[in-house]
Design a protein around this ligand. Sequence first.
Ligand SMILES: [Fe+2]
Length: 156
Amino acid sequence: MTQPATDLSPSAREAIVEALNQSVAETAVTTMLAQNFHWNVTGMAFGPLHALFQEIYEDHFVAQDDLAERIKALDGHADGMLSGMLKRSKVSEHDGHADDKTMVAAMQAAQETLAATLAAAGALAAEHGDTLTEDLAIARGQTHEKFAWMLRAHLR
Ligand SMILES: [Fe+2]
């Protein structure tokens, strides 16, 4: 039988909470990145890119809440400070003056980074028998890989 999340050792809980805070931070930074690109994208592909960036930020806005509330279910602290998120995140902000291809490439890279972060969080949760965090992380990782593919397809 798998261990319920609430039975995690303090060190396992701390490690999983940190992995989730990393995930929240990168999801939040990417939410703003997508909104920045949604607002400022130009070119003949304006319509579909404006819509795709919106689909991304709407998905990510919901996801950052799901991830943060999983931290609370584990009795951890969800870091909601933008300054802390920017420090923690492996995804960086990007200038909204960029051309459309640069935006697509930057968003693809962000999605790939997120997919890797969520895969690592899922593996860590699995290691400690926290199947509920593992399930959430796997679902998020799959979504990020899907977005990465959709963006990559624009550049081929
Ligand atoms: Fe809009």
